[in-house]
Design a protein around this ligand. Structure first.
Ligand SMILES: [Zn+2]
Ligand SMILES: [Zn+2]
Length: 443
């Protein structure tokens, strides 16, 4: 009896010990798991934020913004960490050049392709890019066009089985450590330029604003959208046309730097003097693809640096008084000095207000076109008058821009101020060296 009791008591005791042991083990294992999870979470976050290099949180990736020189048009590559996004693709002659540029930048895949609006100088190169690269997401404007360039774009997207959409205003996404916010279009516009997708890209403290070819009406809508649109770098709307970059818009954006993408000697007269004056009056540092080729801005989240110094010519692309008026005696040098004089309405008078400077340049244009209509005289004057002036320089046949590889008649109103080379060679030999004729003076 007693022996059995003792044995029972012993059995009970050892059962309890075993149970306690098991429970303790389970608790320890659980605790370890929970701890591991807790450690894993911030690690993953840090990896995402730093691109895997440093465990310290809130480090920004280096972000590079490449304003690719595509002549008259736009194409901007943004690389942040391992991610990349392309905004616009130049015209249909630039697809392969952009493809090569991206290859050189080791871009194999685009996280985003944004085509701001359906004008050919923005979407023309897109079929090549769509065919040659893996693309994660495609955004296009809500403005559809019924022309060959647009149909080619849609065909290329369909062939690649890529879906596309217009992002909602306020839509946000990340590109490495950078945050992108869509600012426009919030409605449908009659003007395709106004229907441009606008976006702000923020990397740490550095902000870049892109508005495509949005003109004053759309700029007003963007201003009133309620978003903070102050930006360090403003990609100048519509290639520096006077229809964009309104003074009120600039008062909201307050850019420190501005970049204009346009072709030397383009037939639109971009950039227009009014735009240059608006930017200049604000003390903005200006960069231009027509003068400097491709421009790269690098952001580390705190500071922004550029690969080239700012342009200080402030030369507008508009025909100037003497180039349009003069009847044959316009030589390279006179054309050049007059080229400077338009820009220097801002230069000589120090810091004029946007409006007084604009008024001045309007007068100059009216004089140049020989009519009283001011609007778009730049485009209308263009080739014909300038062409007549060309013939009487005996030694110098053409003015070359060794950087952009354009050649001009000595009388062209848009002669290069940097990278200029005067030559007495024939047209054929200049072309054989890879130069292209200026579209304004048609040499
Ligand atoms: Zn454009
Ligand atoms: Zn456009």
């Amino acid at each position: 009896m007693t022996g059995e009791n003792v044995r029972n008591a012993f059995m009970k005791k050892s059962m309890r010990v075993i149970l306690t042991l098991i429970i303790t083990l389970v608790i320890i294992t659980l605790a370890a798991c929970v701890e591991q999870k807790a450690q894993a979470a911030p690690k993953a976050q840090a990896t995402q934020q730093t691109g895997g290099s440093e465990p310290e949180v809130f480090m920004q990736d280096k972000m590079e913004v490449h304003f690719i020189d595509v002549g008259q048009g736009d194409s901007t590559l943004i690389k942040c960490g391992d991610h990349s996004m392309l905004i616009d693709t130049g015209d249909d002659t630039k697809g392969t050049a952009i493809q090569n540029y991206l290859k050189k930048q080791s871009v194999k895949k685009l996280d985003y392709l944004i085509l701001t609006h359906p004008d050919s100088d923005h979407i023309g190169g897109a079929p090549v890019i769509i065919t040659k690269f893996e693309i994660n997401k495609v955004f296009i404007s809500n403005y559809e066009k019924d022309n060959k360039t647009y149909r080619k774009l849609i065909q290329a997207l369909d062939d690649k089985k890529l879906s596309y959409s217009t992002p909602k205003v306020g839509y946000e996404f990340s590109l490495g450590s950078a945050a992108v916010t869509i600012l426009a279009p919030d409605k449908e516009y009659d003007n395709p330029n106004d229907a441009s997708i606008a976006l702000i890209v923020k990397n740490g403290d550095n902000k870049f604003l892109f508005t495509g070819d949005a003109e004053a009406e759309a700029e007003k809508d963007i201003s009133n959208s309620g978003f903070d649109i102050t930006a360090d770098v403003y990609k100048v709307g519509h290639h520096g046309s006077r229809t964009s970059t309104s003074a009120e818009f600039m008062r909201k954006v307050k850019p420190k730097y501005a970049v204009i993408s346009c072709a030397e000697g383009n037939s639109y007269g971009h950039p227009h003097a009014e735009t240059l004056n608006t930017l200049r009056a604000r003390g903005v540092k200006l960069y231009r693809t027509d003068e400097e080729g491709s421009i790269i801005a690098t952001s580390d989240g705190k500071d922004i640096t550029f690969n080239v110094p700012p342009s200080d010519t402030w030369n507008s692309g508009e025909p100037t008084e003497s180039s349009a008026k003069s009847s044959g005696e316009s030589t390279g040098s006179s054309a050049k000095s007059s080229g400077e004089s338009t820009g220097s309405s801002a230069k000589s008078s120090g810091e004029p207000t946007g409006s007084s400077a604009a008024a001045e340049s309007k007068t100059a244009q009216a004089g140049a076109s020989g009519t009283t209509t001011v609007r778009d005289s730049a485009a209308e004057v263009k080739k014909s008058q300038v062409q007549e002036n060309a013939s009487d320089t005996s030694e110098i046949t053409y003015i070359l821009n060794v950087k952009t590889k354009k050649f001009h008649r000595p009388s062209c109103s848009s002669l290069p101020t940097t990278n200029r080379k005067d030559t007495s060679e024939s047209r054929d030999s200049v072309i054989a060296q890879g130069y292209e004729p200026c579209k304004r003076c048609n040499p």
